[in-house]
Design a protein around this ligand. Structure first.
Ligand code: ZN
Length: 156
């Protein structure tokens, strides 16, 4: 695991809270889609279960192993996307990816707690920790739209 980057104190607390008590950290009894992600640069792993109602994520479970950044990002993501549809989620994912390339920009309000991760954008190697759950979620959405087939993502 890579060492913890130096982040703003206020944001650090929030990240540690999600790291210690990750939200929706469970497997779903009934998942329509299962997607997995791996970030070899740090050793982060995520297993994502999604239950859909049409294009809307009705329930989400994310079991993760890895550093504080990847776990916190995944935990915050599950809270944000539950109950939203694929179009809304793709817009949020695009905003998040954009924020992770721009440490100085104004963080989008729609991202809520995830703005705590903006400081990670200054540490290029850690951006993949933060984006791993999101890329895995995008794989899960694509899988759902394409009618199944397990996908395992490796961040490269
Ligand atoms: Zn990591």
């Amino acid at each position: 695991m890579l060492p913890e980057p130096q982040l703003d104190e206020l944001y650090r607390e929030l990240i540690l809270d999600h790291y210690k008590s990750p939200r929706n950290h469970r497997r779903l009894a009934r998942a329509d889609v299962v997607a997995e992600g791996y970030n070899p640069a740090c050793g982060d792993e995520v297993e994502l279960d999604l239950a859909f109602d049409g294009a809307t994520i009705e329930d989400i479970g994310l079991v993760s192993r890895g550093c504080s950044i990847s776990k916190a990002s995944g935990s915050m993501m599950t809270e944000l996307v539950k109950g939203k549809d694929a179009g809304q989620i793709r817009r949020l994912a695009a905003e998040f990816n954009k924020m992770m390339t721009d440490p100085e920009g104004e963080p989008p309000e729609a991202l809520g707690d995830l703005e705590a991760l903006q400081g990670v954008a200054k540490f290029a190697v850690r951006v993949k920790c933060a984006t791993l759950p999101w890329h895995t979620l995008e794989d899960g959405l694509a899988q759902h739209e394409n009618g199944g087939g397990a996908v395992k993502r490796e961040e490269i």
